[in-house]
Design a protein around this ligand. Structure first.
Ligand SMILES: [Zn+2]
Length: 166
């Protein structure tokens, strides 16, 4: 059973694959700071940062609050990279992301995809029998919730395990 992926999700996947390749990242875990470095986005860790994470589009700078859990910080940096590169997702999808809420949703989807890229996760999921602990060890920079999102997306795209086995 296969579900169609919407053009925005497809664009996110392609954008992530391109970024990983350009950043020289060939296997998990993905450190979003490496991707930010590749893109030339300075990441400033600041204790006075009012929100947990933000970015300045004009300066292409990412801000994260000091003292966050490392996995949370990884996710926030990934989210802000998504915001700073949203025009690539728009261009690839041919869709305009002109709504603030949608932009946040897409930045989160980008972050999930960057930390747990679908292409790798498909193999790792089936190979490990979907063992959450093993997957957390492989995708060691990703928060547990992000791995759960990846599992949900994978099963929506590929079908339940028993269907695959049949
Ligand atoms: Zn945001």
């Amino acid at each position: 059973m296969t579900f169609a992926i919407c053009s925005l999700d497809q664009a996110v996947m392609e954008h992530v694959e391109e970024l990983l390749e350009a950043s020289g990242i060939t296997e998990p875990p993905v450190h979003s700071l490496d991707v930010a470095n590749h893109l030339g986005f300075p990441v400033l860790v600041d204790r006075n940062q009012p929100t947990r994470g933000s970015c300045n589009g004009a300066l292409a700078v990412v801000y994260v609050r000091e003292g966050l859990h490392p996995k949370h910080q990884e996710f926030l940096i990934a989210h802000e990279i998504g915001e700073l590169t949203m025009s690539t997702i728009e261009r690839r999808s041919g869709e305009e992301i002109d709504d603030g809420h949608l932009a946040e949703v897409m930045a989160n989807r980008f972050a999930c995809q960057l930390m747990v890229p679908h292409r790798w996760f498909v193999d790792d999921y089936w190979r490990t029998g979907g063992d959450l602990e093993t997957l957390q060890g492989i995708y060691s920079t990703a928060p547990l919730n992000v791995i759960k999102v990846a599992i949900g997306a994978l099963l929506a795209i590929e079908g339940e395990p028993f269907e695959r086995a049949a």
